[in-house]
Design a protein around this ligand. Sequence first.
Ligand code: GUN
Length: 318
Amino acid sequence: MTKIIDGKEFAQKIRNQVKEDSDNLFKNKQVQPCLAVVLVGENPASKVYVGAKTKMAAECNIKTKDFKMEDTTDQATLLKVIEELNNDSGVHGILVQLPLPKQIDERAVIDAIDVKKDVDGFHAINAGRLSIGGEMLKQAFIPCTPLGSLLLLKDTVPNLSGMNAVVIGRSNIVGKPMSQLLIEESCTVTIVHSRTKDIEAICSKADIIVAAVGRPEMIKSNWIKDDAVIIDVGINRIPSKKPDGSEGTKLVGDVDYNDVFEKSSAITPVPGGVGPMTIACLLRNTVTSAYRHAGLGDPRGTVDSESHDQYKDKYINH
Ligand code: GUN
């Protein structure tokens, strides 16, 4: 029987605890965690994500400050906003939604964010800490989508040591940090990408596949081995007929879910898998940052589950 990995339910548990931690911080220190969200331009997917982040932050009693900037904004203007947010003691987390318009150097902007407020975990120093691993990891903010993916994976396979994991995609947002988290779990990790020769042959040896390429339903059942665990990070909108026969759209992952389902031992659906975990982990990172800024130790772990206890010290109770 294939297990459907329920990211929606898991993310709700995380958010419940984030709210509790946020409320306790307010009770004890009169501090309300605050996340600044900067959106430049009109990318429709980015607008949807930013809207969802703001709504869920409110449900966790996390304040948000939204900065919506024109598509034509220049880099100096954006850097000035970031400097102001860095200097604002009421702001604990800064998120600049990616991608940015082409006139802006993304790396320069990300590295201008105060490392201690970099709740996305994209700053070069946070990326470096993750790469070094061990004790360094405890000071880092871990990128939210890979962290959410790992939490789901660990809930399904508590001991990942020695497993063959293939990460499909080499982005700084998902592929690279995901591979480093899996190395930290003592997996044998292979990253494959658009230039990899014979991707199918490599994937077919994997105990775990993490797909983060942004290509709808690319991974088919003949790519995977029997009983592989599949984490599908892709969120792709494709044309689809509505029940009444008219034209509509639907969300699909990078994995052909129906094709792969029987052959896998566990799989994340799209929607309802990794997606909700990203925002939950962002809110967790924001509350952790607020505790640190208040001079407190990090709040307790994310979820009270036995398997989670083994790794929450490492990834959550930084
Ligand atoms: N664009 C796609 N995913 C992300 C994310 O996790 N954080 C930010 N800032 N931008 C993104």
